[in-house]
Write a protein that binds this ligand. Structure first.
Ligand SMILES: N[C@@H](CCC(=O)N[C@@H](CS)C(=O)NCC(=O)O)C(=O)O
Length: 231
């Protein structure tokens, strides 16, 4: 059994998509990040960066002690290796998948996150910051669109690279017109139609329907962090 420390956000959805796709049994442990559950000592022992998602696998393949992991990319890779699914086994196929997984982790996720922050949450609207991240998100969407022009998925087959990227393609939140990215639009629709993806998003609605940033308290919890929060 896998314990999934989860909240209803794009990085959380990556893991529920994988778990729904594979049917691996899991227990959801909700971590309400708007309320500050990510700072509970027990959670910090699993996820020292005070972020969801995290997992504890109580039945690792080596038969040893439970394995705890944080960082969605590391979790996806661990689960893909555990099940032998959603990452191609060949040297070339595996690395093709990994480069797009790392691209999402280091590029699309952080840039789209800053985009949403400055466009929606920042108390002052700073045109330079908004333009910078809207433009960079648009560039990253265009990179995906070009990649998808002659293939169905980001890597050789539907993989953890797609699962990582899908929750972060939200043109309406990112100041993008999906009509400008036809291959990306086709890919997004194909993934949205997958029953496992639909189950993952339906599961989210059973856990929380309120935006993580919903009031002054949650703004303070999420956007008031500094070195003093950690020490
Ligand atoms: N690189 C991390 C990012 C995780 C992340 O930013 N999680 C957000 C929700 S999507 C979170 O837990 N925020 C809590 C906080 O900011 O305190 C990953 O991919 O796992």
């Amino acid at each position: 059994m896998i314990d999934l420390y989860y909240w209803t956000t794009p990085n959380g959805h990556k893991i529920t998509i994988f778990l729904e796709e594979t049917g691996l049994p899991f227990n959801v442990k909700p971590i309400n990040i708007g309320k500050g559950d990510q700072f509970d000592a027990a959670f910090l022992r699993i996820s020292p960066n005070n972020r969801i998602p995290a997992i504890v696998d109580h039945a690792p393949v080596d038969g040893g002690e439970p394995i705890a992991l944080f960082e969605s990319g590391a979790i996806l890779l661990y689960l893909a290796d555990k099940t032998g699914r959603f990452i191609a086994p060949s040297l070339r196929g595996r690395n093709d998948c990994l480069q797009w997984l790392f691209w999402q982790m280091g590029g699309l996720g952080p840039m789209a996150g800053q985009n949403h922050h400055f466009a929606r949450y920042a108390p002052e609207k700073i045109p330079y910051a908004i333009d910078r991240y809207v433009n960079e998100t648009g560039r990253l969407y265009a990179v995906m669109d070009r990649r998808l022009a002659d293939r169905e998925y980001l890597a050789v087959e539907y993989s953890i690279a797609d699962m990582a990227s899908y929750p972060w393609v939200q043109p309406e939140r990112h100041g993008q017109d999906i009509g400008e990215f036809p291959h990306l639009a086709r890919w997004k629709a194909a993934i949205a139609a997958r029953p496992a993806v639909q189950r993952a998003y339906a599961l989210a609605l059973t856990i929380n329907t309120i935006p993580s940033v919903s009031d002054e308290q949650s703004r303070k919890v999420l956007f008031g962090q500094s070195k003093d929060t950690v020490r």
